[in-house]
Design a protein around this ligand. Structure first.
Ligand SMILES: Nc1ncnc2c1ncn2[C@@H]1O[C@H](COP(=O)(O)OP(=O)(O)OP(=O)(O)O)[C@@H](O)[C@H]1O
Ligand SMILES: [Mg+2]
Length: 426
């Protein structure tokens, strides 16, 4: 982005806020690009990963800001922007003051008298209308007419809810939950989330519990918010960007070291477990924004790994089960291109108790039953998926019995993470 590109645009001054901490004064165009940082007041509160050699610049900050917006690759987003008469998804975030339910940053129009207490979505209700529009209901009803300074009633966390799948936040019985759609032809993703939750529950792995709801004959996953008023998500992408990687380390070691330095000491065990789960369900999308750490937004102390979330792009979600050469076309992220290789990073399987998975195939088939009843998958596919998972569980079981696998041989050629590859936007 060159500054020239924005020379004819209207510009607005905002304060980048972290809860009630005034972090920096920024200049933003009316189409939602951060084009200048006028002043930094609280450098330690800048978003993790936006400092390079101790300095933040508008390009780094705008990259962070752009990632929080809805990707332009999300199906149907252009129609939504047209219906709302908003030029870009970044402008949509700006109109909603950048407020989010995953972390605690927001932008305050310069001179506005707004406090985190009065505006955050953890305590205050939010508009349903943008969410309706994003899921394709009542398109045109949403009035995001905030222009420069907000009509608070029309704010929504959906403008900062990134990711490719259609999704929305909703308050159900006082609880903030995220609803996420599936994709054709199988509509499997919401069910995959539920299956992954069941698997992790059995294995005692920290995870977000997903269920499935049907709306207008389509399934959606539904899960509670894992952040709260004091706790926010810092993605692995941001953690990795926070410090240059020493040449002698690979990105995986770099991540483990940074987490250890941040005080998250049991990270290796957590990563072992997540890698094994991703192997069992053949997850194709564990990019570095699909896992991370939780931190206290007031003290900036890191607390733990975030519970496992977003595991739905798995279980051959868009492929026939009986496809030849299956394992070579299943993608793997983020450390290796194949799950077999990535598995070699696992340092210990002592925690893996195969007996906890007795009867898991049956549980899986039961979870998939409603999808079969609605005709999205047939008996053959359900059986094929159960067999697929059972054989992968057997393989982990055999590894755990042998206890001889070592990560050493694999570590030397961990993928070099390019920005696009690692953050999930191709
Ligand atoms: N339960 C939750 N609580 C708080 N934040 C969440 C929760 N689930 C997801 N998020 C945030 O919302 C983002 C988008 O959600 P999610 O990753 O589930 O969507 P997706 O469309 O499947 O993403 P992708 O593009 O990786 O496929 C996540 O990266 C995370 O920042
Ligand atoms: Mg995601």
């Amino acid at each position: 982005m060159s500054k020239n590109e924005f020379k004819d645009k209207e510009r607005y001054k905002y304060i980048l806020m972290h809860k009630d901490v005034e972090v920096a004064e920024i200049l933003m165009t009316d189409d939602g690009h951060i084009i200048n940082i006028n002043d930094v007041y609280e450098p330690q509160h800048l978003p993790v990963g936006t400092l390079k050699n101790g300095k933040c610049n508008s390009i780094l900050l705008n990259t962070w800001w752009a990632y929080r917006a809805i990707p332009t690759t999300r199906k149907g987003i252009n129609e939504v922007l047209q219906a709302l008469n908003i030029g870009s998804t970044q402008a949509l975030s700006a109109r909603c003051l950048g407020l989010s339910l995953s972390e605690h940053y927001w932008i305050k129009p310069y001179g506005a008298n707004l406090s985190w207490e009065s505006i955050n979505f953890f305590d205050n209700a939010f508009s349903e209308e943008l969410g309706d529009t994003l899921l394709g209901f009542d398109t045109g009803k949403a009035q995001i007419d905030l222009k420069h300074i907000g009509n608070i009633d029309s704010l929504s966390p959906d403008s900062t809810s990134n990711g490719n799948l259609k999704k929305r936040w909703k308050i159900i019985n006082g609880e903030r939950v995220l609803l996420k759609a599936g994709t054709f032809p199988y509509q499997q993703e919401p069910f995959n989330e539920k299956i992954a939750s069941a698997l992790m529950k059995r294995l005692g792995i920290p995870h977000i519990s997903y269920d499935v709801v049907w709306i207008d004959e389509l399934p959606y996953s539904v899960c509670p918010c894992f952040t709260d008023k004091n706790t926010e998500l810092v993605t692995a992408y941001s953690v990795l960007a926070s410090k240059n990687k020493p040449n002698h380390q690979n990105f995986y070691q770099h991540y483990i070291n940074l987490c250890n330095e941040a005080g998250v000491r049991d990270i290796q065990t957590f990563m072992d477990k997540m890698i094994v789960v991703d192997y069992i369900i053949a997850n194709e999308d564990r990019h570095t924004n699909n896992f991370g750490l939780l931190r206290n937004a007031d003290t900036l102390e890191f607390i733990s790994a975030a519970p496992v979330y977003d595991s739905g792009t798995s279980l051959l979600y868009n492929k026939p089960v009986d496809i030849p050469n299956r394992s070579s076309i299943i993608e793997c992220k983020p450390w290796y291109e194949t799950h077999d290789k990535q598995l070699k990073l696992v340092s210990s399987l002592d925690w893996f108790d195969a007996s906890k998975l007795d009867g898991f195939g049956e549980e899986m088939a039961n979870i998939l039953e409603p999808l079969k009843e609605k005709g999205y998958v047939d008996e053959k596919r359900v059986n094929g998926l159960v067999e697929f998972v059972e054989s992968r569980i057997s393989y982990i079981k055999s590894l755990s019995e042998r206890k001889t696998e070592s990560c050493e041989e694999a570590e030397s050629d961990v993928l070099d993470l390019t920005q696009e590859q690692s953050c999930g936007r191709k």
